[in-house]
Design a protein around this ligand. Structure first.
Ligand SMILES: CC(C)(COP(=O)(O)OP(=O)(O)OC[C@H]1O[C@@H](n2cnc3c(N)ncnc32)[C@H](O)[C@@H]1OP(=O)(O)O)[C@@H](O)C(=O)NCCC(=O)NCCS
Length: 158
């Protein structure tokens, strides 16, 4: 995601998730840590940016991992495949980069179609997060064998 799109995305996120979105546990991964710009994408229509997706670093023992999200599309543009394009195209970039494992916090029903399944099936977890909302998609055999806590980048650096 380019810098201009990144500067516009928070306003879209406020509309889609509400202004208290930053109190969610997933924001622990984003607090003070820059996003992985090479994987983020913006969706545009004639009137401007209508949605986007970003990734953040996270750490899982023994593998390279990234946290998918947020992904959001403005209400007027939903139901037309924008989110599907954002997820599929960005996941291709993540896979090409050799990342072992993608983690997200979200509805299993939404992300199953993209190959995600509950992290608990692989004994992976995010501290304090509802286990039913933590989904994973391994991209390599190492990712499929990973277990344990999904840590913030800050926690590992600290
Ligand atoms: C979720 C969101 C990104 C979907 O955007 P969208 O552009 O309307 O999605 P698409 O049109 O690409 O839909 C792709 C598929 O996902 C399905 N889908 C969309 N939202 C869904 C949801 N909340 N739960 C389950 N499936 C969903 C669609 O039905 C579609 O499948 P189909 O083609 O088989 O019908 C959008 O509704 C949004 O921004 N919501 C608020 C923010 C949010 O909840 N983000 C996700 C955080 S976990």
């Amino acid at each position: 995601m380019d810098a201009e799109s990144a500067s516009r995305f928070p306003a879209i996120l406020d509309i889609c998730f509400g202004p208290d979105r930053t109190s969610k546990i997933a924001y622990r991964f984003r607090d003070g840590v820059p996003p992985c710009d090479r994987f983020g994408l913006a969706a545009h229509a004639e009137e401007g940016m209508i949605g986007g997706i970003q990734y953040w670093p996270c750490r899982v023992a023994g593998v390279t991992a990234r946290l998918l999200g947020p992904v959001a599309v403005l209400p007027a543009w939903r139901g037309r495949g924008a989110a599907r394009a954002l997820v599929n195209q960005s996941m291709d970039l993540v896979a090409e980069a050799g990342v072992d494992l993608v983690v997200l916090v979200g509805d299993a029903a939404l992300y199953r179609q993209y190959g995600f399944y509950p992290a608990s099936a692989q004994s992976l977890f995010i501290a304090d997060e509802n286990p039913e909302r933590v989904q994973i998609r391994p991209l390599t055999p190492a990712g499929a064998a990973a277990t344990g806590e999904v840590c913030t980048a800050q926690k590992v650096l600290a």
